[in-house]
Ligand binder design. Structure first.
Ligand code: NAG
Ligand code: NAG
Ligand code: NAG
Length: 247
């Protein structure tokens, strides 16, 4: 009886081992094959549950699996970096920044001062035209957006410079964002306007933008809580490469 039981257990153990071995074999070969695939596509294995761009940075995308459900990540860069220079003085409609219909209201071309007293610039910062959001449009917290999404920008680091005017007690916020097309963009610059501006007080800013594979830039004007809050921009320059020191 005891002998039979032992024999039975022994067979069961062997079976178990066999099953485990088969599972291991499948798993290892599965793993090995995909890891080789991953390696041949110059991929890297991220940690389980970590997205490729979180593990290795912008431009890394998920391409299959490594062992243990770890994502295999490859660097996907559709555009190459080549030097380019985009300037927007808003003298015509050729600016790389175009209206984005995701916004609630519009950016308008303007010469001279805006119609609402106590807000807006006297004149353009560069040339005769500038672009602005009129706080007579929209409501508290609504946005007007410009985007470069229609243009395939080269995959380079950029220097972004621009002039802005944000005068009036109801001025909301102006933001520049940049990032990988189709992903959540990162804020490059944000300013909450208001009383410190005068009519002839255009200000400027310059920002270094890191390299993205498929870069996209947006400009978001968010309306404040009233009509005396026009927001104007002009003389935007987006060029590849790092900003010069002191720029
Ligand atoms: C870019 O274009 C602007 C305006 O056309 C020009 O003033 C500037 O020198 C150019 N910069 C480069 C780096 O080519
Ligand atoms: C306007 O929007 C801001 C930000 O969302 C909010 O804090 C404020 O209470 C709003 N004002 C009114 C009158 O709704
Ligand atoms: C930018 O603003 C600073 C003052 O904040 C001024 O000295 C500088 O000349 C301005 N640059 C341009 C290009 O307007």
């Amino acid at each position: 009886m005891l002998f039979h039981q032992l024999k039975y257990y022994s067979i069961m153990m062997k079976c178990c081992c066999l099953i485990v071995t088969i599972f291991c074999a499948i798993r290892v070969s599965h793993c090995g094959r995909l890891t080789r695939n991953c390696l041949t596509s110059n991929g890297k294995c991220a940690r389980k549950g970590v997205a490729c761009d979180d593990a290795f940075g912008e431009g890394w995308i998920d391409k299959g699996k490594c062992c243990n459900e770890r994502p295999c990540c490859i660097y996907k860069c559709p555009n190459l970096c080549r030097s380019a220079n985009y300037s927007c003085g808003f003298e015509d409609h050729s600016c790389v920044f175009q209206f984005d219909t995701l916004g609630d209201y519009v950016w308008s071309y303007k010469t001279g001062s805006t119609t609402t007293a106590g807000t807006g610039p006297l004149e353009a910062a560069e040339g005769t035209h500038y672009l602005y959001t009129d706080a007579n449009n929209g409501e508290n917290g609504t946005t007007a957006i410009l985007t470069t999404a229609a243009t395939n920008l080269p995959a380079c680091p950029y220097c972004l410079s621009f002039k802005y005017h944000m005068m009036g007690p109801h001025v909301g916020t102006l933001e520049f964002l940049a990032g990988e097309k189709g992903s959540t963009l990162r804020r490059v610059w944000k300013y909450i306007g208001g009383l410190s501006f005068s009519h002839d007080d255009w200000r400027n800013d310059t920002e270094n933008i890191p390299q993205y594979c498929n870069p996209v830039f947006t400009i978001i004007s968010t309306r404040g809580d009233g009509t005396i809050g026009d927001i104007a921009i002009d003389d935007i320059l987006l060029r590849t490469g790092a900003c010069d020191a002191g720029e």
